[in-house]
Design a protein around this ligand. Structure first.
Ligand code: KG4
Ligand code: ZN
Length: 338
């Protein structure tokens, strides 16, 4: 089965084709980062309009890359939520209509499920069950994954998502958007001994997170310091605190469940210090850690095409309606377990 996947939940337009026999056969991404950079964050209306402009050319490009026409496609998968509602509606309307015009089935997907399954696109993949750490701009969760669609949320953020905390802290430090990678780059030149930031909620039991206090701590540190070289030192201390917090909670989740596989997904999964520290921790715990390749940590069409293929192969598809949900709990996703 060949499935075309469409991602438009935020500021990236992603289109890809996944073939159940040959794997990923084409993928393209258009990032809107430059469009939003001057506003310091995503402007939803601009995002929707740009998705409209980009989708059709990207679909043509992936079909060319795969050397097929729509006649060679068996299903359409699109992100239906969670995300920016206007942006989601562009992908959902386009995807549902494309499927109808070609008389093929369509499947509406949960964006975080697709992130969680992206590690399956690599050569060495985890086996069910495993723990997933989802760290994106809008979500921070630890999930027990028993099967495709069987998700138990073990812990989540009570306020800011990790990516959001990176972006807001980067803004405080005068960096551009999106701030995560820029803050990580700045941190490379920082003095790790200069400041010690708190590791929020690690001194109490449980697997929930809270990152908004770190942002305030950063602000206070920034405004109470007047020496040179401060932003890099602050970036370094902030990143170390976030990474340590995530590592402590991941270790706890592995011990709690007795599982020995950890999958990391979402934009912050591209962070080098996080990867290095989780590698060290999982070695100590005799566990394995899996990631999608860096380009599939952030939003992309490949994860949508793959997750869509799994669901369409299992016989699921959408009625002839266009639906998108800005908010959508992972608990309510239908399971594919027999
Ligand atoms: O998964 P994603 O592309 O979009 C959402 O679904 O939200 O994640 C984007 C987030 C942004 O907050 C961005 O700053 C963060 O991931 N990010 C990073 C890095 N690369 C992307 N954060 C820290 N270090 C990075 N290297
Ligand atoms: Zn995402």
């Amino acid at each position: 089965m060949r499935v075309i996947g469409i991602e438009t939940s935020c500021d990236e337009t992603g289109v890809a084709i996944y073939d159940s026999e040959h794997g990923l056969i084409a993928h393209r991404l258009h990032s809107q980062q430059h469009l939003h950079a001057k506003y310091g964050g995503v402007v939803p209306e601009l995002a929707s309009r740009d998705h409209i402009r980009r989708l059709s050319p990207l679909v043509k490009e992936v079909l060319n890359e795969a050397g097929i026409s729509m006649a060679g496609i068996d299903g359409v998968a699109y992100t239906a939520g969670p995300g920016l509602i206007g942006a989601l509606l562009v992908g959902a309307s386009f995807g549902r209509s494309l499927a109808m015009a070609c008389s093929i089935p369509a499947i509406a997907l949960h964006h975080m499920e697709a992130h969680l399954l992206a590690a399956m696109l690599e050569d060495i993949t985890p086996r069910f069950p495993f723990i997933a750490l989802l760290v994106s701009g809008g979500h921070t969760m630890l999930v027990l994954v028993e099967h495709v669609g069987s998700y138990t949320i073990l812990g989540e953020t009570l306020d800011d998502a990790v990516g959001e905390a990176f972006d807001k802290t980067a803004k405080l430090l005068g960096l551009g958007y999106p701030g995560g990678p820029l803050l990580a780059k700045l941190a490379e030149n920082g003095d790790p001994q200069r400041f010690e930031f708190p590791r929020p909620m690690t001194d109490r039991p449980g697997l929930d997170f809270s990152f908004s206090g770190l942002k305030t701590f950063t602000m206070n540190t920034l405004y109470s310091s007047d020496n040179g070289g401060i932003p890099a030192d602050i970036a370094c201390a902030f990143q170390k605190a976030v990474v340590d917090t995530l590592v402590i909670k991941c270790r706890r989740a592995l011990r709690h469940t007795g599982l020995n596989q950890l999958v990391v997904a979402g934009g912050v999964g591209a962070n080098s210090l996080l990867r290095e520290s989780l590698g060290y921790m999982t070695d100590q715990e005799q566990a394995d850690v899996f990631y999608p390749r860096t380009e599939f940590c952030t939003d992309n069409g490949a994860m949508i095409a793959y997750a869509g293929c799994l669901r369409l192969q299992a016989g699921q598809h959408e009625p002839l309606i266009i639906s998108a949900r800005a908010r959508w709990s992972m608990d309510t996703i239908p399971s594919l377990a027999k």
